[in-house]
Design a protein around this ligand. Sequence first.
Ligand code: LLP
Length: 424
Amino acid sequence: MDHFLYRNGILHAEDVPLPEIAASVGTPVYVYSTATLTRHFQVFSDALAGMPHLICYAMKANSNQAVLRVMAGLGAGMDVVSGGEYRRAKAAGVPGERIVFSGVGKTREEMTLALEGGIRQFNVESEPELLALDEVARGLGLRAPVAIRVNPDVDAKTHAKIATGKSENKFGIPIARAREVYAEAARLEGIEITGIDVHIGSQLTGLAPYEAAFTRVADLTEALRADGHSITRLDLGGGLGIPYRRANEAPPLPFDYGEVIRRTVGHLGCEIEIEPGRLIAGNAGILLTEVIYLKKGEGRDFLIVDSAMNDLIRPAMYDAWHDIVPVVEATPGAELRPFDVVGPVCESGDTFARARDLPDAAAGDLLAFRSAGAYGAVMASEYNSRPLIPEVLVSGDQFAVVRARPSFEEMLARDSIPPWLSET
Ligand code: LLP
């Protein structure tokens, strides 16, 4: 069920009319729906029903404290990739035993933070990392729970910048070398082997790559058990895609993904962990923006809006498509015509859509970029000295600013002048 719907011709987030948010907070602004976040968590939970499991929300997709609190309240664990994310997860009330730590470049400081604060497992991505973790854990008189991330050499058939499961990618240990690395891990006093980790990429639109990767993980589980290791958990990563183009995309459903998990690894008696990010947060958010100018061009017209690539970088970075809809519903049968929807930043890459068929629009109109709840606000910057875009969370008929737009004074106050320049 979609919680961004027209009511009486006005686009709402749950029960809140979007123009009300625009008037109160200003634009551009991200708006998130609690009901959608909740439903997406539930859909995964239902898909894995009957198997012991933990859904570790990949908070890199959207790590606003309010969003994390919603997830924590549902019983989610978290997948974190930095000391900052670990701190955010803890601040949102997630206990250490529900936090998994991923990432290819964990520092010793980050390892110490997580070991001291409590951690479910480190997903270790290389032998040097394994040795460093062993040393840090021994130094603290602790043992670090570890799953080793294996690279199954599977083509995830997604955008090259977000595919991670091929041997040419920087992630994990080649699966062919896994037995050797597990043997090494078993000799290290500061390491406690708990399971295997795999993540093959993001925005996957088919299940076959999962089937191939999980089958390899199942075979590896049996091989490692035969070698005498105790493998009790399988972390199967995230990556399930979402429909960015509502009109013509239908990525696999979490239920069918759950069936693939059941079929490939369900017989092993392991606790299953998954790390969904995009599917939980993506369609739970929109970016609300206002048209500044309609500029007539040669052969095409430009809608210049008040959001830019610094607020939502996905189109510039991955040529990503986001559906764009007017906040005031077009009259049925209204003619559509192609517009380039662009931001004010001084780069041609600051383009959200080219020749997009839209109903007529004019300065002052509000537009919504859909599917912007994941990898939107978290990738925003202040490029061109545009204040960091604020975020709003809706729940039923209530809304609240969950990250305020900084004032220009606050922006400037973050810089400081060195003494040798301060006299001028
Ligand atoms: N687990 C690991 C180890 C990951 O690296 C990722 C995403 C996830 C889980 C969550 O994947 P998801 O369920 O969200 O697909 N900025 C890009 C996406 C980067 C994904 C990075 N890793 C974008 O805007 O498309």
